[in-house]
Write a protein that binds this ligand. Structure first.
Ligand SMILES: [Zn+2]
Ligand SMILES: [Zn+2]
Length: 120
């Protein structure tokens, strides 16, 4: 996995229909890169907004953690290439699912699960 330098955050704010659950995610006041209902994302970027990934596979939320500064952070993993990315949650995200993902994170922490790694 290539180490991506974090710079030039160019998010696109656009309406999209989720390829996983079919929910229409309207263009909002904040940039959204994952579905508000199932929280799935798509592997389009290596750096946020660069559209340079040639993968385009579904990225599933695998766990979520609480960041002191930024709130709930979801880690997405690409179902095809395994690329991982952390994403900030938005106020209209499916909160029940976020709580499930935090529980998953806590369980993995307790069990010292080797799959528990995220991009800081
Ligand atoms: Zn969805
Ligand atoms: Zn991928």
């Amino acid at each position: 996995m290539a180490k991506a330098k974090r710079k030039n955050f160019i998010y696109k704010n656009e309406e999209f229909t989720c390829e996983n659950c079919g929910t229409l995610n309207p263009k909002g006041s904040k940039i959204r890169n994952h579905c508000k209902h199932c929280l799935c994302s798509k592997h389009l970027d290596d750096l946020p907004g660069d559209r340079k990934a040639n993968c385009e596979a579904l990225m599933q939320p695998i766990f979520a953690e609480i960041d002191k500064k930024r709130g709930y952070m979801i880690t997405h993993e690409c179902t095809k290439c395994g690329f991982r990315r952390r994403n900030q949650t938005l106020s209209d995200d499916n909160f029940d699912l976020i709580i499930d993902l935090v529980a998953k994170y806590n369980k993995m922490t307790l069990e010292n699960d080797p799959n528990l790694y995220s991009i800081k």
